[in-house]
Write a protein that binds this ligand. Structure first.
Ligand code: DLL
Length: 457
C-alpha cells in the first residue's frame, strides 16, 4: 500500500491526513514486521542484541510487542561508528548526515534513495500542516551541511512545490534584506534565531507589515508559549513547532498544525512509532504522563532503528478535537541530560522561560547560570530587561530615577514569585542590561551556563 507518488499534493495530504486508526495500525504492523526481519538478516548489532535478549523476529508481530526489545541508546551509535548500523550496502547509501554532538566523534546517519524520498515526504507534510502551500516562498534559515535541518527542510519544501530560498542560518543582515526584498511567505529556523531576527528588525525600525511573512516553522531546540507569543507578535506570523532528530530521520518526525497551535504536534506515525517510558525504570507510562520519548522507525532502509532512547522529555495524547488521527506529543520540556536538580527539585530551562510569558518588563533573553555551593547545585536566572523600560530608566537616571528603578524591582520580585509559586524553587533573579545575554547567531542556543566543572577544576 503506497501513500507516495500520488502526484497532486492536495490529494496526497488529504489522504494521509484522514487515515483511519484501523488502517494506520495495519500499516504500522506490516511495516514493523518487514523492518525487524530486515535488520535480523542485515545488521549484526541487532541480531546480537535480539539474540542476547532471547528474542526472535517472530516474537514481534505488532507495535504492542516492541516493549520486548531492549532500547537503542546513543552509545550503540557511537560504538558502531561510522557505518556498522547500516542495513544496506554502503554504495546504496546516497547521503550521510551527522547529529549535533559537542565533543568526540559525531553520530553518523545514512539514507537510501527511498529514505530521502520519505524524508522529503514527512517534511512536505509538516510544512503543509504549518500552513505552507505550493507556490509560497520559504526562507530556509536552518543550517545546511551535516546538520539535517537545512537539507531536510529544503527537499521537503521543494516536494511541496514551494520556492526555496536556501540562505542557511546566520547572516542576519542578509536574512532581513531577503525577507523584505523577496517577500518570503514563510521562514524556518530555530526559535531562538527567530527571536534574534525579531530583535534586529526592531533595532532597524523595519515595519514588520512591509514584510509579507505569514508562517514560521520553528524547531531543533525546546521552546515555549512565551517565545511563541513574542515571535508571532514581532514577526506577524503564525508560528508552529517542528520536531525531529538525526538518528530517526531529521526534522519532520512531528509537526504542530497551524490551526491547533499550543495543543501539541502530530507524530507521523506511519513512519515513526512512539512510546513514552519512565526515565528511570524504562517502563511504559500511562498515556498523558511525561517521560522519555522512544522512537522506532518503520520504513527506514539504510539505518533502521528500534526503540531509540531520544532522551527528550514529553508526553503523548490523542487529541479528540484534532484534524488527524495521528497521536500528538506535547512540547519537549528538555533533554533528560539537561535537567537540573536543584535542592531536590527537577528543573528544565523551559520552565523558567514559560514564566516570562506576559511579563512585559523582560525580553525573552535569559540564561541559567549553574554553580556548585558545597554539595548543592545553585541556579541564578539572568534575564534581560526590556529595552523600552531600560531606555526609560536611563532617561530618568539624571533626574528622578526612583520611579523606573522601582518598576524594575517590582518586575524582578514578580518573576521570583512566579518561579516560586509554579516551580517551587526560590531562584535568584539577576536583571541584565539589554544586549548582554548571548543570542542565537543562526542555530541552536544553549540557555544554560554550567560553571560547575570550572569550580571543581
Ligand atoms: O535538530 C533536527 C531538526 C532540524 C528538528 C530542524 C527540527 C528542525 P539533531 O541536531 O539531531 O536534529 O538534534 C535533535 O534536538 O533530540 C531534541 O533534543 C532537539 N529538538 C529537535 N526539535 C525540537 C523541538 C535536529 N521542536 C535534538 N523542540 C532532539 C524541542 C527539539 N527540542
Amino acid at each position: 500500500m503506497s501513500l507516495f507518488n500520488r502526484g497532486i499534493m492536495g490529494y496526497l495530504f488529504s489522504e494521509i491526513d484522514s487515515i483511519s486508526v484501523k488502517r494506520l495500525k495495519r500499516l504500522q504492523t506490516e511495516r514493523l514486521r518487514r523492518q525487524i526481519d530486515r535488520v535480523w538478516h542485515q545488521v549484526p548489532y541487532y541480531r546480537k542484541t535480539l539474540h542476547e535478549s532471547g528474542i526472535h523476529p517472530k516474537d514481534i508481530r505488532s507495535p504492542e510487542d516492541l516493549f520486548k526489545l531492549p532500547f537503542t541508546k546513543k552509545i550503540a551509535l557511537r560504538d558502531n561508528y561510522p557505518f556498522a548500523l547500516f542495513a544496506i550496502p554502503l554504495k546504496e547509501v546516497i547521503r550521510l548526515h551527522c547529529s549535533s554532538g559537542t565533543t568526540g566523534k559525531p553520530i553518523v546517519v545514512g539514507y537510501s534513495k527511498k529514505d530521502i524520498k520519505v524524508f522529503a515526504e514527512v517534511v512536505a507534510r509538516s510544512l503543509w500542516a504549518a500552513g505552507c502551500r505550493p507556490g509560497m516562498k520559504l526562507q530556509n534559515a536552518y543550517g545546511y551541511g551535516l546538520f539535517t535541518g537545512g537539507l531536510g527542510l529544503h527537499y521537503g519544501a521543494e516536494k511541496l512545490g514551494m520556492t526555496v530560498i536556501p540562505i542557511s542560518g546566520g547572516a542576519t543582515e542578509k536574512q532581513l534584506m531577503l525577507l523584505n526584498d523577496f517577500k518570503s511567505d514563510a521562514i524556518c529556523c530555530t526559535p531562538s534565531y527567530a527571536l534574534t531576527l525579531a530583535e534586529e528588525l526592531k533595532k532597524r525600525q523595519i515595519d514588520v507589515l512591509s514584510l509579507k511573512l505569514q508562517y514560521a516553522v520553528l524547531g531543533a531546540e525546546p521552546w515555549t508559549e512565551s517565545t511563541r507569543s513574542s515571535v508571532q507578535a514581532a514577526l506577524n506570523v503564525k508560528a508552529t513547532n517542528i520536531y525531529g532528530l538525526s538518528e530517526i530521520i531529521g526534522p519532520g518526525v512531528s509537526q504542530e498544525d497551524v490551526d491547533e497551535r499550543g495543543t501539541g504536534s502530530y507524530i507521523w506515525e506511519d513512519h515513526f512509532y512512539p512510546e513514552i517510558v519512565d526515565r528511570n525504570t524504562g517502563e511504559p507510562v500511562k498515556q498523558g504522563n511525561a517521560g522519555v520519548l522512544v522512537l522506532t522507525t518503520l520504513t527506514k532502509e539504510a539505518m533502521p532503528i528500534f526503540r531509540y532512547w531520544t532522551n527528550d522529555i514529553t508526553f503523548l495524547y490523542k487529541d479528540k478535537h484534532g484534524k488527524r488521527n495521528f497521536i500528538k506529543m506535547g512540547p519537549i520540556a528538555g533533554r533528560a541530560d539537561d535537567m537540573l536538580i536543584i535542592r531536590g527539585i527537577n528543573l528544565f530551562h523551559t520552565q523558567v522561560e514559560a514564566m516570562l510569558n506576559g511579563l512585559t518588563a523582560f525580553s525573552q533573553n535569559y540564561q541559567l547560570v549553574v554553580t556548585k555551593n558545597r554539595a548543592h547545585d545553585e541556579v541564578e536566572v539572568k534575564v534581560e530587561i526590556n529595552s523600552g523600560l531600560f531606555n526609560e530608566y536611563l532617561k530618568n537616571l539624571a533626574a528622578s530615577e526612583i520611579m523606573t528603578s522601582e518598576k524594575i524591582v517590582q518586575a524582578c520580585k514578580m518573576l521570583e514569585k512566579k518561579l516560586k509559586d509554579n516551580i517551587g524553587l526560590s531562584l535568584n533573579v539577576k536583571i541584565e542590561e539589554p544586549g548582554t545575554i548571548p543570542r542565537s547567531e543562526g542555530g541552536k542556543l544553549n540557555r544554560i551556563l554550567d560553571l560547575r566543572q570550572t569550580q571543581n577544576g
